[in-house]
Design a protein around this ligand. Structure first.
Ligand code: AP5
Ligand code: MG
Length: 216
């Protein structure tokens, strides 16, 4: 089973990927997490992409493609969830061609939609674990008491200015990807408004049909 989770910043892609992982054992390939890890480790790639990410802009397509392809290959082209990739029409063409070459097409692209006001609320109160990238929300999903508080940080691109820029970037460069996958016939739209569990149930209901096909 090969799924992509699509949606604006703060749509809950990472949160829903975790629920899919718990239910179906699918691994998450998050280009955002791969990029943040490269920045934290101070690799060449990390240094090259840092300013794009912190300002809320997209990283150049070629750099993200290499990271994503490497990770997809590591997962042997199956049982993964793409979180935040592809997010330009160019990336969408590339991933389709790459997976087709290995006879491993995406089963579905699940698009989570929600209004900007909800995005801003979620991102202003998000905190993450510096090392594990685990995501928390100060109100709905606070960090557990046994987690070292010095490890809990705010993402640089969750600053209000960067969030505005990410929403703008999403509208201009990423939203057209939805139409691309609609035309490919694999887009599934799910409302991203409501509790984590309610959205999770909607997503699971959609993915279950692919799980059944995979078993059959
Ligand atoms: P990335 O890390 O992918 O960021 P994003 O797409 O902006 O999305 P987020 O991770 O902010 O949100 P999410 O949808 O995962 O929501 P989450 O589950 O955390 O990318 C970061 C940057 O890397 C990009 O800006 C770009 O620079 C670069 N990049 C990455 N991929 C790239 C690519 N393909 N091409 C080019 N550049 C790329 O939830 C958000 C918060 O809300 C959390 O606190 C969570 O606990 C909470 N929450 C979730 N669901 C609910 C709910 N139902 N109710 C209440 N709270 C909720
Ligand atoms: Mg995320």
């Amino acid at each position: 089973m090969r799924i992509a989770l699509f949606g604006p910043p703060g749509a809950g892609k990472g949160t829903q990927a975790k629920i899919l992982n718990e239910h179906f054992g699918l691994d998450t390939i998050s280009t955002g997490n791969l990029i943040r890890t490269a920045i934290r480790e101070g690799s060449d790639l990390g240094d090259r992409v840092k300013s794009f990410v912190h300002m809320g802009n997209l990283v150049p397509d070629e750099l993200v493609r290499d990271l994503a392809n490497e990770s997809i290959a590591k997962h042997k082209f199956d049982r993964f969830i793409l979180d935040g990739y592809p997010r330009t029409v160019t990336q969408a063409h590339w991933v389709q061609e790459f997976l087709a070459a290995y006879k491993a097409p995406l089963d579905a692209v699940i698009s989570l939609s929600l209004p900007d006001s909800v995005i801003v609320d979620r991102l202003s109160k998000r905190r993450i674990h510096k090392l594990t990238c685990e995501s928390y929300h100060l109100e709905y999903h606070p960090p557990p008491a046994d987690v070292d508080p010095t490890m809990i940080i705010r993402r640089k691109d969750d600053a209000p200015e960067a969030v505005r820029s990410r929403i703008e970037t999403y509208r201009e460069q990423t939203h057209p990807v939805e139409e691309f996958f609609r035309r490919e016939g694999i887009l599934i739209e799910v409302s991203g408004v409501g509790s984590v569990q309610d959205i999770g149930n909607r997503v699971l209901k959609q993915v279950e049909q692919f799980a059944e096909l995979a078993i059959a």
